[in-house]
Design a protein around this ligand. Sequence first.
Ligand SMILES: Nc1ncnc2c1ncn2[C@@H]1O[C@H](COP(=O)(O)OP(=O)(O)OP(=O)(O)O)[C@@H](O)[C@H]1O
Length: 333
Amino acid sequence: MISIEHVSRRFGDGPDAVVALDDVSIEVPRGSIFGVVGQSGAGKSTLLRTVNALERPDSGRVVVDGVDVTSLRGKALLKERHKIGMVFQHFNLVGNRTVVQNVEFALEAVGTPRAQRRPKALEMLELVGLAHRADDRPGQLSGGQRQRVGIARALASGPDVLLSDEATSALDPETTRSILELIQRLSRELGLTVLLITHEMDVVKRICDAAALMETGRVIEQGSLDELIRTPGSKVAAELFPVGEAHYIPNHRIIDVTYTGLSADRPVIAQLSRDLGLEVSILGAALETIRGHQAGRTRLAVPGDASVALKVIDTLTAQGVTAWEVNGREVTA
Ligand SMILES: Nc1ncnc2c1ncn2[C@@H]1O[C@H](COP(=O)(O)OP(=O)(O)OP(=O)(O)O)[C@@H](O)[C@H]1O
């Protein structure tokens, strides 16, 4: 488990100071995958570096599997770092060494006896499906294969926690999918706790159990994906389900309806029109498979006033879906 508790970090002083982390608290349960998203400069990398103690917070602390990493120094810190694997966007492999030697380096760093290094490194490569390329050099591999080596190296010391810094950002969509599937499989098989930072919502959608959105050093939203999807006004949900702008339509109310799990298969909108005798217009809809389950959002316009909107929301809620009114934005021609 990773527990980030009220962590703040500022760079510089005076008017030029940058608050990279501002009272950030995040909890990642053991064995789960947590995604941190946000624009460039939001503080994501600083947060990740704080978790493996490459960066020290000005205040707050980070506890990894019961150990306060922020208070560690010297040998104790090095030892703790071995329990934290790290995967990088640009793989960070040594070009003039073979694939297996790259993994062996990680084992050497944690003091694995020489005789045990090669068999262990090959075992790691087997885990990521690359044992047959052990004697190639990284330059002979595709980007996806290089990242598999990066993952094998990160896992060589037997960590409980894997930190991923934009691990798929340099990869094409198909390779991204296979790397995400690998991370997910390893998390399940090895009980790894994964904290990943990304600017791609697709990554969150595919493998994360929960996510946080950061803006200028602060966490402005966080929760399980299900919670976020059902939260009115959630920016994460809006990016996962792009249904467009909520434009104001005279004499209509705009309502967002969110479906998760079983409700995604039911014709709730058709039933709504029938039950209330309303001419419901669909302004936008997005359906996604989130962690293997269908989920979706539909933006509706219903004719009438606030009392009609309430009735619609009540009717939808009674059917087990989440619905709320959206304030329409007036469109001027
Ligand atoms: N060592 C440093 N010295 C000064 N400022 C820093 C340092 N590291 C980060 N910052 C600043 O802190 C803020 C957060 O940076 P950080 O790299 O954590 O953001 P990020 O969300 O990871 O962005 P990106 O996606 O571009 O990597 C930025 O304004 C950055 O310029």
